[in-house]
Write a protein that binds this ligand. Structure first.
Ligand code: 48F
Length: 257
């Protein structure tokens, strides 16, 4: 066996840039690799849509790794079990309507199946702005997360997409950018992000689904971002709403293609 460090380096650089170049134009750009973003990407890609997902952190999975308060189990309600089945994630009934799953298994399976369904994930990249034309979002402005974290003055790059999904969780980073920098109002009651309310799991899970929709032409919200945008309580470590929201936004977008 003769391994060559330069070939190893060339292979990585070459393959990465082939991948990156082929995603400068995409059908759906998802910001955030938490449960809602992953599930949205999975169902879109499974239907043949080109999907590119940007995640700020090195690891995919968002707020799911730590279960509740770092106890790495999650709760999923009965209505969302078909999604766990789709991803072949094991679960146990704990109480009527309350099922549990191992958070590590859940994220691992969501990530593996999403990538294998065809979603290309760029980790360690942050979306810092959107691309605009007239009154519509047409893509994202992205940069390396380490540039952002170090506060370095380095200009970003842009990718064009037919639709963008803000799946950034509580922070609703893309919605905030649009609210601040793009003329026009959001499709919410006040025209601005309504903000999330204190914990009420049952109500929050229902509202997450209702709130999963287009918030500005070309921009959809999913997961916790849906409640933070349209107004609704937080839900804590119950994840069925996140999974169902990902499925819903994918189904809504599929009607556009
Ligand atoms: O927070 P997160 O897991 O979002 P989610 O899919 O799920 C919410 C739950 O985890 C939990 C909850 C429900 O029980 O309330 O909080 O709605 O994942 C959001 C991901 O987006 C990334 C962030 O690092 C996280 O992994 N992210 C946030 N802003 C950006 C981003 C950005 N500007 N660019 C790229 N990634």
């Amino acid at each position: 066996m003769k391994l060559d460090e330069v070939i190893i380096s060339k292979a990585i650089v070459d393959r990465f840039f082939q991948k990156f170049l082929s995603h400068l134009e995409t059908d759906v750009a998802i910001v955030g690799g938490g449960p809602s973003g992953l599930v949205a990407g999975y169902f879109l890609a499974k239907a043949g849509i080109k999907v590119t997902l940007f995640e700020r952190k090195l690891s995919i999975g968002g707020g799911m790794w730590g279960g509740g308060m770092m106890f790495n189990e999650i709760v999923v309600q009965k209505d969302a079990l078909h999604i766990l089945d789709e991803f072949k994630i094991r679960y146990h009934e704990y109480h009527s309507h309350h099922y549990t799953a191992d958070s590590i298994e859940t994220i691992s399976m969501l990530t593996a199946k999403t990538v294998q369904a065809g979603v290309t994930i760029f980790n360690c990249m942050s979306a810092e702005d959107v691309l605009m034309r007239q009154d519509r979002v047409i893509g994202l402005v992205i940069n390396w997360s380490p540039v952002e974290m170090a506060g370095l003055h380095v200009d970003p790059l842009s990718i064009r997409s037919k639709y963008v999904i803000d799946a950034t969780g509580h922070a609703i980073e893309i919605v905030h950018v649009v609210q601040k920098k793009v003329p026009g109002k959001l499709n919410t009651a006040s025209g601005h992000a309504e903000g999330e309310q204190s914990m009420w799991s049952d109500k929050a899970e229902t509202m997450t689904l209702q709130n999963t929709r287009e918030v500005f032409p070309g921009l959809y919200v999913a997961g916790m971002a849906a409640n933070a945008t349209f107004g609704g309580p937080r839900m804590g470590p119950i994840f069925g709403g996140m999974l169902l929201s990902g499925e819903k936004v994918a189904n809504e977008l599929l009607t556009k293609f």
